[in-house]
Write a protein that binds this ligand. Structure first.
Ligand SMILES: CC(C)(COP(=O)(O)OP(=O)(O)OC[C@H]1O[C@@H](n2cnc3c(N)ncnc32)[C@H](O)[C@@H]1OP(=O)(O)O)[C@@H](O)C(=O)NCCC(=O)NCCS
Length: 229
């Protein structure tokens, strides 16, 4: 990591308890959930690569991503990210099983389709850290795991010292999208609570072929940004 080492090792997760019968009792109540967050690098990443790829493909295959992907591509991408200076991969484990993960990299090392919208809006790429996908297994959603992963990620990038802001892109799907589950819940309120704000002047798209489709389509991105100062 340029600019200094990031903290290594396990981080206890300030997760909320599972909501009984799907209902949350008190957002701020914190218990020892037994869930731990670990930064994956080197041999630890190699050992967990298949599990991480499987987790990501399971969640990215669902709405709103509908991204079919492949294990081979995921493993190549994640290995590359693991050896990229400034690349960050955090995974959350429940009794040893990976249940969630977040990836990220300095924006100046990201895809052109992510860098360009920020550059066109006059944003400084070098001082922005870009989180890729936060993915949480359905069994562990709504317990604070996703937001805690972002918070742990922020603590890593704050220690690096060169980042003034953190950002991520949300895939925008229409509210009447035919594949939107009736139970789908947008996490927007949680991102706002963490201090992220949508930045409508930074507009972009990412293209892929949705699972079941024959042709690639461009998905609009809504970028969310948080100042780290
Ligand atoms: C979005 C996601 C990463 C959030 O992680 P999480 O651990 O479930 O979220 P948290 O418990 O930290 O809370 C964040 C918000 O997620 C939302 N959420 C999404 N799905 C949920 C579910 N099945 N159960 C409960 N909350 C859910 C809630 O609105 C919650 O906000 P709230 O606290 O105001 O109710 C996770 O639900 C996920 O992987 N979802 C599938 C992919 C997705 O929708 N990604 C969003 C693209 S921007």
């Amino acid at each position: 990591m340029s600019g200094g080492p990031l903290p290594e090792g396990d981080v206890a997760l300030p997760a909320r308890p599972a909501p009984p019968h799907g209902r949350r009792h008190g957002r701020r109540l914190e218990l020892d959930s037994g869930i731990r967050v670990e930064r994956l690098t080197g041999a630890a990443l190699a050992d967990r690569l298949e599990e991480l790829a499987t987790l990501r493909l399971a969640v990215l295959g669902e709405f709103p991503y509908l991204y079919p992907g492949s294990a081979a591509y995921e493993e190549r991408y994640l290995s590359g990210l693991g050896s990229l200076p400034g690349g960050l991969i955090l995974a959350a484990f429940d009794r040893g099983r990976m249940v969630a993960a977040v990836t990220g990299a300095p924006l100046d090392q990201e895809l052109d389709s992510l860098r360009d919208p920020f550059a066109h809006a006059g944003r400084d790429l070098r001082s922005t850290f870009y989180f890729g996908e936060v993915v949480v297994l359905p069994s562990h959603r709504g317990r604070g795991v996703g937001t805690a992963l972002l918070e742990v990620g922020e603590s890593h990038i704050r220690q690096d010292g060169r980042f003034a802001s953190a950002a991520f892109g949300e895939i925008v799907r229409s509210t009447d999208h035919p594949r939107r589950p009736k139970t789908y819940r947008t996490p927007d309120a949680a991102w706002r609570r963490l201090g992220y704000r949508p930045e409508p002047e930074i507009g972009g798209t990412l293209s892929w072929c949705d699972g079941g489709d024959r042709e690639e389509t461009a998905k609009p991105l809504r970028f969310w940004v948080k100042s780290l100062s």
